[in-house]
Design a protein around this ligand. Structure first.
Ligand SMILES: Nc1ncnc2c1ncn2[C@@H]1O[C@H](COP(=O)(O)OP(=O)(O)OP(=O)(O)O)[C@@H](O)[C@H]1O
Ligand SMILES: [Mg+2]
Length: 267
């Protein structure tokens, strides 16, 4: 397991209380109560359609861009309700960054990919230093330092994903959300990203969605298992089955559904 540090007594950075998420009338995710600890890696696992991405997008208000989206209940970042009227979603997304399944560098140079967000945020520091620091943190510097003016799209898939992580880091977020960040990558690139995640948690809080059980077991401190169930309204709603230290979820789960899922007996 990634860490044997007790998760007890660590500060909570994100908290959902009685969170229900709808797309139109469809209740996609129901009644989520979940605390994400600071400077830890939390993995979301569960079958397709159980709402992992939906919940993840709630944490940085990325769902706002979906017209039919509606949330009931609370999402707290420390003591701030992220859905309160005075909250600026752009600022939320600066503090809570996102890395997607498919690497999506901008069709710009490697250098400009990194400085893009910093410029928008009015960053006053030295841009060259920011580029180097971010690329170093993303374990990409040595591979690209001689071609910073080349397009980000000229990199390999694994390098592009590290570029996206560097881009996320460059705006100095506190939390990085990752939605299946390795599913388009080969095993070597995947291991590099996993090592990177391990290093990044010294400074950042990470929430990662993954379908790879070994990956969840390797990189995360906490694991949340979600499942889908027919709801009273007739649709299939996602819900949280069990949330615990990763070690307990994989070795000693309390729920039978969790045991079946992590052992691959799910059907
Ligand atoms: N933009 C949307 N509009 C309407 N329904 C949506 C939208 N996005 C997701 N859903 C529905 O919400 C439910 C949860 O979807 P979500 O993508 O969050 O699941 P997931 O756990 O991330 O699945 P996967 O493992 O396949 O990525 C699904 O029933 C899905 O069809
Ligand atoms: Mg998803």
């Amino acid at each position: 397991m990634a860490s044997n540090i007790s998760t007890v007594n660590t500060e909570t950075v994100l908290r959902t209380e009685n969170l229900n998420i709808y797309y139109g009338n469809f209740l996609a995710v129901r009644d989520i109560w979940l605390d994400i600890p600071k400077n830890r890696v939390t993995a979301f696992i569960g079958p397709s359609g159980c709402g992992k991405s939906t919940l993840l997008r709630c944490y940085n208000r990325l769902n706002d861009l979906i017209e039919s989206f509606r949330a009931e209940g609370k999402v707290y970042y420390y003591d701030k309700n992220l859905y309160a009227p005075d909250i600026d979603p752009v600022e939320v997304r600066r503090r809570i960054g996102m890395v997607f399944q498919k690497p999506n560098p901008f069709p710009k140079s490697i250098y400009d990919n990194i400085v893009f967000g910093a410029k928008i945020n009015g960053y006053k520091g030295n841009m060259d230093e920011l580029v180097e620091k971010s690329l170093r943190q993303a374990a990409l510097w040595d591979e690209v330092k001689d071609k910073l003016r080349q397009s980000g799209l000229s990199l390999s898939g694994g390098q592009q994903q590290r570029l996206c992580i560097a881009r996320a880091i460059a705006v100095q977020p506190e939390i990085i959300l990752m939605d299946e960040p390795c599913s388009a990558l080969d095993p070597i690139s995947t291991l590099r990203i996993e090592e990177l995640i391990h290093e990044l948690k010294e400074q950042y809080t990470i929430v990662i969605v993954t379908h790879n059980m070994q990956q969840a077991a390797r990189v995360s401190d906490m694991t949340a298992f979600f499942n889908v169930q027919r709801s009273e309204q007739g649709g299939r709603s996602g819900y949280l089955v069990e949330y615990d230290a990763t070690e307990s979820i994989f070795n000693n789960p309390k729920q039978e559904d969790t045991r079946d899922y992590v052992s691959g007996r799910f059907g």
